[in-house]
Design a protein. Structure first.
Lengths: 116, 117
């Protein structure tokens, strides 16, 4: 069975500093995808970044990067130069093999607060 | 750029009432999903569909039904509403993952907040 774990219910970071949000996963499938979504207080789900299990390099999207450590089964999100607008809930999610419907399972989330 | 559209955005139901949450997408995606999000929690999959006429249960399907008669629409039916169904419901869609350039990311609607009293 697949499982996603986010062990940090809440995090604080000073504006302009970098922050790492932890995510570990468990799966026996060799093919999977890892995603991070942001959910601001307004409630919408915003896709941030994706890492495929066969991707050799860590994914990056602007200020977001995914620290993918396959052997440790971790997929931590790194946000560089934090901004006040980064304050939100962040969810890690995993998708299993494509032939299993493409559905995502989500972690419990980490609430990030950026301090001015 | 409509994307995924859910209606209604807010609804209050009495125990035992029924209702349908509507979801439509205009991206010609094959895959569609319904999730629920309880306060302070992650999203849990209720039902999903890989194409018109095909639906399957997710993690928490009890008390819900779905249908997928067209590619665009994926309504969620709540029968005999219970307080435990108070939640925010998200509909999402996805293109075909595994093809070059396709991550299979989910595109979400804005959510529907349902309260059962």
């Amino acid at each position: 069975a697949q499982k996603i774990t986010q062990t940090q219910p809440g995090m604080f970071v000073q504006e302009k500093e970098a922050v790492t949000l932890d995510c570990t996963y468990d799966t026996s499938d060799p093919s999977y995808g890892l995603f991070w979504y942001k959910q601001p207080s307004s409630g919408e789900m915003i896709f941030l970044i994706y890492q495929g299990s066969y991707d050799q390099q860590n994914a990056t999207e602007g200020r977001y990067s995914l620290n993918f450590q396959k052997a440790r089964k971790s997929a931590n999100l790194v946000i560089s130069a934090s901004q006040l607008g980064d304050s939100a809930m962040y969810f890690c999610a995993m998708r299993g093999p494509v032939n299993q419907g493409g559905k995502l399972i989500f972690g419990q989330g980490t609430e990030l607060s950026v301090k001015p | 750029n409509a994307g995924v559209t859910q209606t209604p955005k807010f609804r209050i139901l009495k125990i035992g009432q029924s209702m349908t949450l509507q979801c439509t997408q205009d991206m010609n995606h094959n895959y569609m999903y319904w999730y629920r999000q309880d306060p302070g929690m992650g999203l849990k999959l209720i039902y999903y569909s890989v194409g018109a006429g095909i639906t399957d249960k997710g993690e928490v399907p009890n008390g819900y039904n779905v249908s997928r008669s067209t590619t665009e629409d994926f309504p969620l039916r709540l029968e005999l509403a219970a307080p435990s169904q108070t939640s925010v419901y998200f509909c999402a869609s996805s293109g075909l993952a595994g093809k070059p350039g396709h991550t299979g990311e989910l595109f979400f609607g804005e959510g529907s907040r349902l309260t059962v009293l």
